[in-house]
Design a protein around this ligand. Structure first.
Ligand SMILES: NC(=O)c1ccc[n+]([C@@H]2O[C@H](COP(=O)([O-])OP(=O)(O)OC[C@H]3O[C@@H](n4cnc5c(N)ncnc54)[C@H](OP(=O)(O)O)[C@@H]3O)[C@@H](O)[C@H]2O)c1
Length: 270
């Protein structure tokens, strides 16, 4: 049995993760963590997720409960993830990170910690999105040089970062396949007299509306035809299922920084 602690247990993903823990063999929920001042602190995690009482109370501090956990799963905010990172690093616990919106500095802190503990960091844990990343790598190699590449994403109105971590990851995969630097070729939104499209750019467009769970489409458009690779998530359960799979996989890994492509064995496909 893998003992799992969920950071941000009261959040949208936190709730989906609690439910996934109950339905995944070999996973046992031993801790649910929220912010110290959250009204959820003290509630029973099972009841909070709509199940029966589990006897696992929501606590306001990861450090106080870390001894009961083998792998921490964190879908919160970057600052809170970095606090969890420091605790996991000090006590040698594995960490699955689903949080998005890290700065380059925060990302290097995660990389540094991965010298001591196993970390799985993925802006999108759905199996379908990770398959799409592989397909994008192939599409970029075959038609990327001759195409205009545009990435369009849509999410719910509460999402705080843009473009989504998944859209950025898609851009990175395509840029890497084409030997480009995403920082140099990305165009984020357009307005006014923009002039013609720079030929080697990768464009990003963002929609924020209603309760959209997560939609991503990448266009490879040439004169005469276009290829579209799309993924539509209709439930957060898909991300939570991926996080469970990642926690199970991470248990047997040495220190290092991994992604969902490692978890799913997609790196061996070329
Ligand atoms: N990788 C993936 O597959 C994937 C999929 C979906 C979402 N995400 C990402 O996951 C993150 C969370 O998304 P969400 O929609 O679930 O957001 P959310 O509903 O706002 O949930 C975040 C939760 O974390 C809590 N939190 C904040 N600071 C904390 C701390 N120090 N300790 C413990 N809990 C803390 C928040 O509490 P308060 O509300 O009190 O602040 C909230 O309950 C975002 O970065 C999102 O982009 C990733």
């Amino acid at each position: 049995m893998i003992r799992v602690g969920i950071m941000g247990a009261g959040g949208r993903m936190g709730q989906a993760l609690l439910r996934a823990c109950f339905s995944t063999p070999n996973i046992i929920l031993t801790a649910a963590i929220e912010k110290e001042d959250s009204p959820a602190v003290g509630a029973d995690a099972g009841e909070m997720a709509g199940f029966q009482k589990l006897g696992v109370p929501v606590v306001g501090n990861l450090r106080s409960i870390i001894d009961t956990i083998d792998v921490v799963i964190d879908f919160t905010r970057p600052e809170s993830t970095l606090t969890a990172l420091a605790i996991c690093r000090k006590l040698g616990k594995g960490l699955v990170i689903g949080t998005t919106g890290f700065t380059a500095q925060q990302r290097s802190e995660i990389e540094a910690a991965s010298r001591d503990i196993p970390i799985m960091l993925a802006p999108n844990m759905s199996v379908g999105v990770n398959l799409c990343l592989k397909l994008l790598e192939i599409a970029a190699k075959v038609i990327g040089e001759s195409s205009d590449i545009e990435i369009i994403e849509a999410h719910h109105r509460h999402k705080v970062d843009a473009p989504s971590g998944t859209a950025l990851r898609m851009g990175e995969v395509i840029a890497k396949s084409l030997g480009r630097d995403l920082q140099e070729c990305a165009v984020y939104g357009r307005q006014g007299h923009t002039g013609e499209r720079p030929p080697k750019s990768i464009g990003f467009s963002v929609i924020r509306a209603g309760d959209i769970v997560g939609e991503h489409t990448v266009l490879f458009a040439e004169e005469g035809e276009r290829v579209e690779i799309s993924h539509h998530a209709s439930s957060r359960a898909t991300f939570a299922k991926g996080a469970m799979r990642a926690a199970q996989w991470l248990m047997n890994q040495p220190a290092g920084l991994y992604d969902m492509q490692d978890v799913l064995g997609l790196k061996s496909f070329s």
